[in-house]
Each structure stands twice: as structure tokens, then as C-alpha cells.
Design a protein around this ligand. Sequence first.
Ligand SMILES: Cc1cc2nc3c(=O)[nH]c(=O)nc-3n(C[C@H](O)[C@H](O)[C@H](O)COP(=O)(O)OP(=O)(O)OC[C@H]3O[C@@H](n4cnc5c(N)ncnc54)[C@H](O)[C@@H]3O)c2cc1C
Length: 434
Amino acid sequence: MQAMKVAVVGGGLGGLTAAALLARGGCEVTLYERSKHLGGRARTTEVEGFRFNLGPHALYRAGAALRVLERLGVKPQGGVPVPTGSHALRAGRLHTLPRGPVTLMTTDVLSLAGKLEVAKLLAGLARIDTGPLGPVSTRQWLETRLTRKDSQAFIAALVRVASYCADLDVLSAEAAVKQLQAATAANVLYVDGGWSTLVDAVERLGREAGVRLELSTRVEAVVLQAGGTRVEGVRLADGTVRGADAVVLAGSPADVAALVPGDAVLAREAREAVPIQAATLELGLSALPRPDAFFALGVDGPWYASVHSASAKLAPEGGAMVHVAKYLGGADTECREAELEAVMDALQPGWRAKVVARRFRPSLTVSAGLPRAMNGGLAGRPSVEVPHLGGLFRVGDWVGAEGMLADASLASAEAVEHALLQRMAAPQRRAAGA
Ligand SMILES: Cc1cc2nc3c(=O)[nH]c(=O)nc-3n(C[C@H](O)[C@H](O)[C@H](O)COP(=O)(O)OP(=O)(O)OC[C@H]3O[C@@H](n4cnc5c(N)ncnc54)[C@H](O)[C@@H]3O)c2cc1C
């Protein structure tokens, strides 16, 4: 069988995974990454022994990312969030977070009628058919399913933490409900050592399978055959052209559009993509002032704080690594550091005296494009295969019909693998008379 030559542009977790899967399948793969590091948004930085992911990262145990990683032979280690010490945050004060029947009955963030509505919704959550919810916004869905403002606000908070998305008028209810179903069915994993351990493992497997990695190498354009309807390679920033039978673009919608200048379809997709964004504060503390308080979720605002080191190895002995975040979107487009500090004041009063390392990021792109109700939900996201340009594929957390966040990224990597390996096998089958 003639090996197919594939150029993968982008060495984040999505591009790396696509490269490793394709090389395992027999393709001759070269991956180009413009930065000097692999990993993209899945990188982890070590500061004073604290392992900081780029904002809070949790791997869905029922999600596509774990499925694909396990297929590759990567077995992420870590722990699920600690079930105790969780709080709802309202008006800057901690309250009982409803997590089960007992806390639902005792919390004061819901009225009695609100509790009954929430209990009913959560009891039937796994059975909700998400099929018809593609074109319905999460806000519409909440207002249809729940009559009370307090129960709507509480379920909206669960949607935010499960999807990272605060733009509930734009987010498709299909995607929101699927995220809630995945979170409640199997929870999430905080990864020991941070997400760089996943990147390192996929890089190693890719290299073993023969992937050629070119770091600090920016691809400037996709090179098309005469006629402009099929790829024949990529042009690097130094002007070199590298031939390829297929090109996989694993950056953002804007990155993809920039690589095929003048393409109106890709330019429109880039313009219309609605990213999910967040502001984050990462803290390395010498100790937790309140050793029994691990989690806070805003029910009257888009707030999140979690002690990730309580479940995964992310801090030196005795220390604590805490992620604080504000989900941006809708009316909330900015965040001051003081807003995140106030969340910590509520969860861990006295934390300022314990700071060893800290890092504030006012705006990070969590996902390059959320599944929009006005596009019909997940099925309306740009497809893995670029329909009008033969041999051009894309991978990312804004691509394909499966999952959100890293789940979408790795599901699209797997979809590229299936499409290209099928294509590579087809001439072989024809030659064998199949
Ligand atoms: C704050 C935050 C919290 C998150 N939390 C979660 C979470 O809890 N759960 C979850 O599943 N996901 C989470 N995510 C999302 C997750 O990190 C991403 O979905 C995942 O890492 C996507 O990887 P990717 O490879 O698709 O994209 P990226 O990581 O963005 O990688 C794209 C790569 O392409 C390279 N590139 C682009 N253009 C070119 C070019 N022309 N030439 C060469 N290289 C190029 C870039 O340099 C980059 O390295 C979070 C993200 C953030 C920022």
C-alpha cells in the first residue's frame, strides 16, 4: 500500500493526536508547530513546584478525549474532584451546594418550589433526548423546562461549569444537556502533573509511530493544485514548499482561514465563530487556610474556584494549587483580577498570606467556537473535511459533530483518521478486487 503523505499544521493536543493516529495507520506524517513547544492550550507550566495548566482543565471521563487517548494507549492518571467541601457562591457568601438529595433539601440557594423543579429535572436528565435540542438555545430550554428563576439560575451554573460557556442565548441546548449528562454520568478527572503529561504521552507515541515533528515552524499557506480545488502541500514561512497528499489544519477558525487566503467560505466561518472565553487566576499556596473547602460555584454570577491539588498531584507536599475563573460571554466580557480575588476571599479567607506563586490571565480562549443554536447545534459546526477543497481537513474544539472542548478536538482528530485511512485502503481494496 502506498503511504499517504500528510502534513499536520498545529501541535496542540488535537493536531498531535491526529498525527499519532495517522502515523499508526501507515501514513507518512509531518507535523508543523509555529511555537517552540508542543501542546498549545494543553500546556502545563511549573512554578515553584506547582503545576499550572492554562486555567482549570478537567478531562471528561465519559468524553471522546479519554476514549481516543485510551485507544492510543495513553492512560491518564489523576482523581475526580473531592465530593466534600463544595459550596454555592451567592452575593459573595458561601452556601450549601446542592449535589444530592440531602444537600438539595438543606441548601438555602433554592426555594422549596425551586428544589422540587431541580430535583425533577436532574432525576430525568440522563433520559432527555438531545436530538431535537440542536436549534434551541440553552436559555430557551431553561425557560421552557423550569418556571422559577432560582432553579433556572442554578441549572445555568451547572451548564457553565460543564461547558465553560456563559453565552446561554447562543449555546445550543443539545450541547449543554450532553455536557450535563456526561458530567453527571461519569464525572471528570483532574490529571496528575497537568495536561502536559497527556501531550508528552501522545508526542512519544507519535514519534514511535514515525511522526516527524518540526517545531518553531510556521506554515504560511496551504498550496493548492492548478485549478484550486485540491491540496498539494504547504508553504512554510521561509518559503519552502512541502508536498502532501492531505493537509490537516489543527488551529483556530482564523488560523485556518489565514492559510487559504481568498477562500470566502473559510473566511465566513472564521467571522461567525463564537469563541468561549474565560479569565483565570492560578494560585500556588503554601497551605489551605481552610483545609476543608475545595470548591465554589457562583449561582448568581459566572464564578468558579477549585482546589485541583486536592484530587491530583499538582502541588508540592503540603501545598495547594487552586484555579479560580470567571466564565466570560454574554454581558460579561471582561474581568478584573480583584473579582477573582473576591471569590478566593469567600472560599479561602486568609489565602493572600499563603501565596507562593500566582498568575492572572484576563482572557483566554477556552474553545475556538461553541456549538450555536442558530446553526442547529453540534451538527452545524464546520465539518472535519473541507467540502470544497479536496484533501483538506481540520481538527479542533470547534469542528465536527461530537463533544465540546478537548472532546471535540480529539473526536475530530479521530474522524480525520477514519476518513484518511479509509481513503488509503480504498485503492488497495480495488486492486484486490474488493
Ligand atoms: C482556560 C481553559 C480551560 C480549559 N478547560 C478545559 C477543560 O476543563 N476540559 C476540556 O476538555 N478542555 C478544556 N480546555 C480546552 C482545551 O485546552 C482545548 O480544547 C485543547 O487543548 C485544544 O487543543 P487543539 O490542539 O485543538 O488547539 P490548540 O491547543 O489551540 O493548538 C493549536 C496549535 O496550532 C498551532 N498553529 C496554529 N496555526 C499554525 C500555523 N500556521 N503554523 C504552525 N502552527 C500553527 C498553534 O501554535 C497551537 O499550538 C480549556 C482551555 C482553556 C484555555
